[in-house]
Write a protein that binds this ligand. Structure first.
Ligand code: FES
Length: 115
């Protein structure tokens, strides 16, 4: 991806644990977890994005799954520690937003709520 599109605005759709939908404005290069957290939505993200806690667990809309960069072994190992993992589970701190992700839809998974 060229870096010239890094500043394009992208809408990230997020369904919170209570079933409410939110449309968030994101920027290319940001982690999805950072966008969700900065909007004040309930995400624990305890390790701050270091792929070391699994409390940023999300379910990816199946229509978007193939468009994401596949998870690393590190992410897959950490997902093994998460609650209620599904085929479309990802760690939102490992999803880097980019212009092609406009409209990406994530649902905050059980266990991602702050204490
Ligand atoms: S914030 Fe800890 S693994 Fe994503």
């Amino acid at each position: 991806m060229s870096t010239q599109n890094q500043d394009l605005e992208i809408i990230l759709n997020v369904t919170t644990q209570d079933g409410k939908d939110h449309a968030l404005l994101a920027l290319g290069g940001w982690r999805a977890m950072e966008v969700i957290r900065d909007y004040g939505l309930p995400i624990k993200a305890e390790c701050g994005g270091a792929c070391a806690c699994a409390t940023c667990h999300v379910y990816v809309d199946p229509a978007w799954l193939d468009k994401l960069v596949p998870p690393t072994e590190e992410e897959e190992n950490m997902l093994d520690e998460a609650f209620e993992v599904q085929d479309n589970s990802r760690l939102s701190c490992q999803i880097l937003m980019r212009p092609g992700f406009n409209g990406l839809h994530l649902t905050l998974a059980p266990g991602s709520e702050p204490d």
